[in-house]
Design a protein around this ligand. Structure first.
Ligand code: AMP
Ligand code: MN
Ligand code: MN
Ligand code: MN
Length: 274
């Protein structure tokens, strides 16, 4: 079973169209694939058309921005009904928060001498959606930084220029949106947050308490140790498991679609419950 259930298109911060992303999944011979753009399902209709043409099994997905103990985290919603009103109202709320944040980021960058950041950044997005990745592309293209890594070291986080806190909803609310739409809610890339293992475990425990369904155990950049630990924790907190490359299609992103290590415990795979 080759599943890749975490991927981005230009409907959020990926560079390819939904059709192009689906074609790559088909070429990689994925049995199961999901497009999980940040806080929007707008790319899914196009992805579904292409998936039908290529006979690829598409799972409706989304990656929703959330808070846990005031820390920003990402919750994957898989197997969702994209027409569900509670889910779409929630996503529209997040899109509004993103718009407000983009304006604040631009203002903060202006204070450190970077002019017209909003207009310039908009040209890097094919849609209304503005992510920090679009600001990062702008800062690279304007010569402020040499690559993404350098951007997030010097800008767009914490108290650095363009660092703006967002009051996303707490993760129990996000689980509610996803469950209302008939989907499964899973914590994305648990090892990518600035958290100790103790803290990640506390988060997983809380997630189970608010009826969260699972965690992403395998990503495109996971180490063997992370996969083993993730699997151990999934067992301990009785959570389902998912895997996804978190493909964005950026030129220097080494991740490829459908190129993932197997889940250690296939019995716990989320697709068995979708
Ligand atoms: P946003 O959802 O708009 O806050 O943007 C977050 C996105 O920025 C993530 O999904 C990543 O794609 C990207 N990102 C965040 N931190 C980093 C980093 N340190 N290096 C590269 N990309 C990052
Ligand atoms: Mn992203
Ligand atoms: Mn993420
Ligand atoms: Mn992602």
């Amino acid at each position: 079973m080759k599943a890749d259930l975490h991927n981005h298109s230009y409907y959020s911060d990926g560079v390819l169209s939904p059709s192009e992303v689906v074609r790559l999944a088909s070429e990689a011979e994925c049995d199961l694939f999901s497009l999980t753009d940040h806080d929007t399902t707008d790319g899914i209709a196009e992805a579904q058309l292409e998936a039908d043409k290529l006979n690829l099994n598409l799972v409706n997905g989304v990656e929703i921005s959330a808070l846990w103990r005031n820390m920003a985290i990402h919750i994957l919603g898989l197997g969702i009904d994209v027409n569900n009103e509670i889910l779409q109202t929630g996503l529209e709320h997040n899109q509004k928060l993103r718009k407000e944040r983009a304006e604040k980021i631009a203002l903060d960058l202006w204070r450190s001498g970077i002019k017209d950041a909003l207009e310039k950044t908009q040209s890097f997005s094919k849609t209304e959606m503005l992510t920090r990745t679009h600001f990062a592309q702008m800062l690279i293209s304007e010569g402020y930084c040499k690559d993404m890594k350098a951007v997030f070291r010097r800008y767009l986080t914490g108290k650095k220029p363009g660092g703006v806190r967002v009051e996303w909803e707490d993760f129990d609310e996000i689980v509610h949106w996803i469950h209302s739409a008939g989907g499964k809610a899973l914590i994305a890339h648990p090892f990518r947050y600035r958290m100790t293992h103790t803290k990640i475990k506390a988060m997983l425990n809380d997630f189970k308490c608010v009826l969260g369904d699972g965690i992403e155990i395998v990503t495109g950049t996971s180490s063997d140790e992370e996969i083993q630990l993730g699997n151990q924790w999934a067992g301990k907190y009785n959570l389902l498991a998912t895997c996804g490359s978190d493909f964005h299609g950026w030129p220097n992103q080494r991740v490829r679609i459908g190129n993932l290590r197997d889940l250690p415990d296939p019995e716990k795979a989320v697709w068995r419950y979708l």
